[in-house]
Write a protein that binds this ligand. Structure first.
Ligand code: ADP
Ligand code: MG
Length: 261
């Protein structure tokens, strides 16, 4: 099990005609080994920017990243993480190549990382196992993304992320584009995978109910700053910051509160 932490991250972007603005301002966030941390905030608060920093895809102006306690070189962070940190995001269908079957998508990532079993039958069994882990039948292997539902696409994306045996999974609004009935099932899958594999999980959402269903710690981001953090249940019942209270008031409740952790 491996931890991932970002410390004192500041990211500025050029704004057209208006100089620079801080998308992230001195943000720190730590995901302990095997922990599930939620990141919530309204649209534009900087969640995806922080995700890109944590993935080593966005170099911050300042701050540092620690993987398993070792500081990463920010210029080379993605390579140094290798396959240990993987991402899934909202647009699952868009993340899949429309011309690739499920089999091709999964076998490609296994091959890229040299993880595929030798021989056709062994590879087919490996892919069937991956699909089973995300609750999909083997019969789906010949399907193309357009033939899958949104929930199935997201499961394939989760399987593809799991294929490379990551230590940390980052999910950037993974259920925001899904029907409400499907959302709870995907969240339950993430919670189960985290329990069964010891994965560390960062779950990004704009809804605290989503985070509460899976995570034991939530971090609230407003305009690039952490304004509050703590156990999701406490944020629900006793939000300290007015922004958290507004977030709770603004978002319709999902039927995931009853979901046991
Ligand atoms: P969230 O994921 O919480 O909706 P983002 O991290 O995507 O927020 O964006 C935070 C802010 O940074 C927004 O104002 C967004 O427009 C801006 N932003 C994000 N990426 C870029 C970029 N590459 N260039 C300029 N501005 C950006
Ligand atoms: Mg985002």
């Amino acid at each position: 099990m491996i931890s991932l932490a970002a410390e004192h991250i500041t990211v500025t972007f050029k704004r057209r005609g208006a100089g620079r603005f801080k998308a992230l301002d001195d943000v720190s966030l730590a995901i302990a080994p095997g922990a599930a941390v939620g990141l919530i905030g309204e649209s534009g608060s900087g969640k995806s920017t922080l995700v890109r920093v944590l993935m080593g895809l966005q170099q911050p102006d300042s701050g540092r990243l620690l993987l398993d306690g070792s500081e990463l070189n920010m210029r080379d962070a993605r390579r140094q993480m290798r396959r240990q940190v993987q991402l899934i995001f909202q647009d699952a269908a868009g993340a899949l190549n429309p011309r690739q079957t499920v089999f091709a998508a999964l076998s490609e990532v296994l091959k890229v990382h040299g993880l595929q079993r030798t021989g056709r039958a062994a590879l087919a069994a490996q892919i069937a196992e991956l699909l089973a882990r995300v609750g999909l039948p083997e019969s789906l292997v010949r399907q193309y993304p357009r033939e899958l539902s949104g929930g199935q696409c997201q499961r394939v994306c989760i399987a593809r992320a799991l294929a490379v045996q990551p230590a940390v999974l980052i999910a950037d609004e993974p259920v925001s584009a899904l029907d409400v009935s499907v959302q709870a099932r995907i969240l339950r899958l993430l919670a189960e995978l985290r329990r069964s594999t010891g994965l560390s999980l960062l779950l990004v959402a704009h809804d605290l109910a989503v985070v509460k269903a899976v995570c034991e710690h939530a971090v609230v981001l407003q305009a690039g700053r952490v304004v509050e953090q703590g156990p999701p249940a406490r944020l629900f019942t006793a939000p300290q910051h007015p922004y958290t209270r507004r977030l709770l008031a603004a978002v319709p409740r999902l039927p995931v509160e009853a979901m046991d952790r």
